[in-house]
Ligand binder design. Structure first.
Ligand code: NAP
Ligand code: ZN
Length: 347
């Protein structure tokens, strides 16, 4: 065991404050990473505030992690000391269930280990995330960060990047496809950049008029303020894919009408209340309401390589650890342009 420093919430809804805790010794399959940057995902806030149900405390959030490998276990060939490595939302899975075998380890049927607010697969050891100076993980669950990408800007790719890349690819975003992105926050702005790079025609649906220029600057072809009912109506029967990244309770029926035949509205935003939806609205053009959760380790590496090829990183504001609580408030108020990233040297 080795001592490390992090920022933790000691209780539900508690402020994030400095905390010293243990990381395990490096096992034969493990690597140790000196964390440099950790993104703040809205999911961190939902969990600290128990908006998704009972959570585990003390909690060290953070699942958008980039740092330098400082030690490798005796069986590790994937990394060497000095490599730049990333960690996303999960750090273990069973490796044996139908989904793990098929390469969809993020859907593991048997107790996959989330990066924080979870347990290791032994079921008793809590996991602690990236708002900390060091982490020890199985090498197979760490990712290679393309050398041309800015390390701080690459951190949000580990969750926001793959969570939007995965459904965009699954629902075939590309040339000739019209994609709408609901909500221009951490996930939403990654969805825009990735969908544009895939060759799709991209519209942003935002409740913040002030984000128009940024959206167009990211390559979006169109921007609609969702309070403008007429503008939404004009988009009826338009989109093949809608990626809904909104973190708050909203009425989905207003958006579903903008789908064209066989289109799908993919939910990735995870507000605490259920959506209310009248099934009839899906029937007319064989529309789908669907969902998507992060991405597999394989897919996360594919997303990182894609971002490397297209020079895509997140638009970030780097903060010191002491500003985490303030940053949480700004995220909740949709006042993030477009991801806060903690410089963990300040912990
Ligand atoms: P974020 O940066 O806070 O972005 C959410 C965006 O939603 C805001 O920027 C805002 O965009 C819009 N929004 C917020 N409040 C709204 C309101 N009252 N009415 C309408 N729009 C509102 O959050 P994020 O980190 O991108 O995460 C987004 C959601 O995805 C969270 O619920 C998070 O937990 C979830 N998530 C899911 C997965 C998954 O695997 N499925 C992974 C990561 C995160 P505009 O200002 O442009 O309207
Ligand atoms: Zn996340």
């Amino acid at each position: 065991m080795s001592r490390t420093l992090g920022y933790a919430a000691q209780v539900a809804n508690g402020k994030l404050e400095p905390w010293e805790f243990e990381r395990r010794e490096v096992r034969p399959n493990d690597i140790a990473i000196d964390i440099e940057f950790a993104g703040i995902c809205h999911s961190d806030i939902h969990q600290v505030r128990e908006e998704w149900g009972t959570a585990q405390f003390p909690m060290v959030p953070g699942h958008e992690i980039v740092g330098t490998v400082t030690a490798v276990g005796s069986d590790v060939t994937k990394f060497k000391v000095g490599d730049i490595a990333g960690i996303g939302c999960f750090v273990d899975s069973c490796g044996e269930c139908e989904y793990c075998v098929a390469g969809n380890d993020h859907w593991c049927l048997d107790n996959s280990a989330y990066t924080y607010n979870g347990m290791e697969r032994d079921g008793v050891t809590p996991t602690y995330g990236g708002y900390s100076k060091q982490i020890v993980v199985k090498a197979d669950y760490a990712l290679h960060i393309p050398a041309n990408l800015d390390r701080a800007g690459a951190a949000p790719l580990l969750c926001a990047g793959v969570t939007t890349f995965s459904p965009l690819r699954h629902w075939n975003a590309g040339p000739g496809k019209k994609v709408a992105v609901m909500g221009l926050g951490g996930l939403g702005h990654m969805a825009v950049k990735i969908a544009v790079a895939m060759g799709a025609d991209v519209t942003v649906m935002s409740h913040s008029e002030s984000k128009r220029d940024d959206a167009l600057g990211m390559g979006a072809h169109n921007f609609v303020v969702t309070s403008d009912k007429e503008a939404l109506k004009k988009l009826a029967n338009t989109f093949d894919i809608i990626i809904n990244t909104v973190s708050a309770d909203i009425e989905l029926r207003r958006y579903i009408g903008t789908l064209r035949q066989w289109g799908s509205l993919v939910v990735v935003g995870a507000p605490s209340s259920p959506y209310s939806i009248d099934g009839g609205i899906l029937m007319g053009r064989q529309l789908s309401l669907s969902g998507s959760n992060i991405g597999s380790i394989k897919e996360t590496q594919e997303m990182l390589d894609f971002c490397g090829e297209h020079n895509i990183v997140s638009d970030i504001e780097i903060i010191s650890a002491a500003k985490i609580n303030e940053a949480y408030e700004r995220v909740v108020n949709s006042d993030v342009r477009y991801r806060f990233v903690i410089d963990t040297a300040t912990i």
